[in-house]
Design a protein around this ligand. Structure first.
Ligand code: ZN
Length: 256
């Protein structure tokens, strides 16, 4: 029996990216240029969801912050504050930069329908603070109101501009259509079914316990590669007390 090469390729990709197949197809990213989306209403009345992540922890994708998302202890938050404090006390820009990279970041998520691709079903769009505030602004603007309403809501044109210059971020510009429109016509299909198929956005992410986050942080700190800057700092910040965080901090600085 021959091996199914396509299936193997898919498995390899899934393994490399660490993505679950399902969430992969649900998460949506805009492409360069204009696209029209419709934000979908959620049962709880809040279609603009906020989640908190830590990035830059080794090769891990965003790690859900146990503290900001679920009110539990977060070793990364603790470590980052500690690092920041050391940076401030020692007037050390490098430490402050390292700390900032680990600070918790907010991302926003909404269920959407992509116009022209309605048959692909409900997608989840992830966006930043500027887009979030723009969207809230539209909702609170009597000229637009509830842009998610299936009968009287408004499609939104999303322009995504990926700059050619390295180090700069893609820019998202939102502009509501001039006229409201219904969410579903016959071509789009059954509106009730569509609305029922909206996923629980929190389920798209791996919720990690405090212990799991601690393990990821420990891994990261012990595998941190050496850099000249850091090894030169090592002597300056020698170990002073023996709390868990200080030990990790020293490991981080000494690249043990
Ligand atoms: Zn955290």
């Amino acid at each position: 029996m021959a091996i199914n090469i396509e299936a193997m390729r898919a498995k390899l990709t899934a393994s490399k990216t660490g993505n679950k197949g399902q969430s992969n197809s649900t998460k949506w990213r805009p492409t360069q240029g204009d696209q029209t989306i419709r934000i979908l209403p959620t049962a709880d009345g809040d279609p603009f969801k906020e989640f908190h992540f830590h990035y830059n922890v080794g090769k891990n994708p965003g790690i859900m912050c146990p503290k900001r998302n679920h009110g539990e202890e977060c070793p990364i938050c603790d470590f980052a504050s500690k690092l920041w404090k050391q940076g401030v006390d020692g007037d050390d820009a490098t430490l402050k930069t390292e700390a900032k990279k680990l600070f918790v970041r907010k991302r926003y998520y909404s269920p959407i329908l992509v116009r022209g691709k309605e048959t692909e079903g409900v997608k989840v769009w992830s966006y930043g603070k500027t887009a979030y505030e723009t969207l809230l602004g539209y909702v609170l603007d009597p000229d637009y109101g509830d842009v998610t309403d299936p009968e009287t809501g408004t499609d939104i044109v999303l322009n995504y501009d990926i700059p050619g210059t390295p180090g700069s971020f893609p820019k998202t510009t939102l502009k509501p259509r001039r006229r409201p429109s219904i969410l579903c016509d016959e071509a789009v299909g059954n509106c009730d079914e569509l609305l029922e198929s909206i996923p629980e956005i929190g389920d798209l992410f791996d919720r990690k316990t405090t212990e799991e986050v601690q393990a990821l942080l420990d891994d990261f700190l012990s595998s941190e590669t050496s850099s000249e800057k850091r090894s030169s700092e090592t002597t300056k910040y020698s170990t002073k007390n023996a709390s868990g965080i200080d030990e990790q901090f020293d490991k981080f600085m000494n690249n043990e």
